[in-house]
Design a protein around this ligand. Sequence first.
Ligand SMILES: [Zn+2]
Length: 343
Amino acid sequence: MPAPTIVDYRPRSTLVTPAHLVPKAKFPAIDFHGHPRQLVSADGLASLMASLDSLNVRLMIAAENISGDRLRTTLQLLQGSPHKDRVRLMTGIDLRNVGPGWAEKTIQQLDADIKAGAVGVGEISKGFGLSTTKADGSRLKIDDPDLDPVWEACARLKVPVFIHTADPQQFFEPIDFKNERWLELALFGDRRYQSDRYPRFEELMAERDRLFKKHPATKFVAAHMGWHANDLGRLSRMLDAMPNVSVEVGAVLYDIGRQPRAAHDFFVKYQDRILFGKDSFQPEEYPYYWRVFETADEYFDYYRGYHAFWKLYGIELPDEVLKKLYYRNALKLAPGLPQAGWP
Ligand SMILES: [Zn+2]
């Protein structure tokens, strides 16, 4: 009999254990890493609210990197709706063509956008570091000194900077039978970062860490747990060395849920430094997060077969930690969020 292919082989587990599905978060949540597509009309907003209500997400922060007129139009739509305290927007920074005069112009725009109602800066995309170029054509390094005045302005404005750096480290490694993301890389060829065209993972991490250390008064939030959810010891050392840094959990649930004991201890130890965020807006995927964070369920499926070839386990966080993860840490970090009425 021929062996099945890796794509076809999906054995059904015969393990029978208690299952506790969690359709709604136990406490109202703030999605710090939102990419909702519905912020274009009153109808869109209403349908977004129905989805958020069904999940107990009280507030979505759209991390769409928008500024100027687009930001103002969206803010107006929100202001005129009955849902104005359910969505907040971050502003963006255009990191293309950094050169003489760029910082002054960008700070002016930031001042105006924050005054208009933006609550943070982001999502600064992974292109920053991987591919964005300066006016002189060179790669814009994450710790480029030309950007310093802008990060200092974010500290002065008291807004968090939400930054996505690089991608899972496996995307930078050779694709062979030892690569944990081999199937995903085969399915999505453009997710590979070959060494002849892109900086290496560690080079980007080093630039990012130098940026975080250079601006201790600026609050940074590293998206996707800085891509270190697979090495919580490393992430601990990073958080210990950089008190101005928090992390967000979007799209790395597969790493949290495969190490329930270490993850539980990490979330308890760093309970003031971790924010809930989901990234791509698929309402049916949020309950997997609630189940991992809230239950002690064992050996259950993740929502995307190509991210992870393993099952998840619940990390059963105490209520006080859940509240910080779901909303308190975000409220503290972004003073522009609606602060009243949380449990
Ligand atoms: Zn994102």
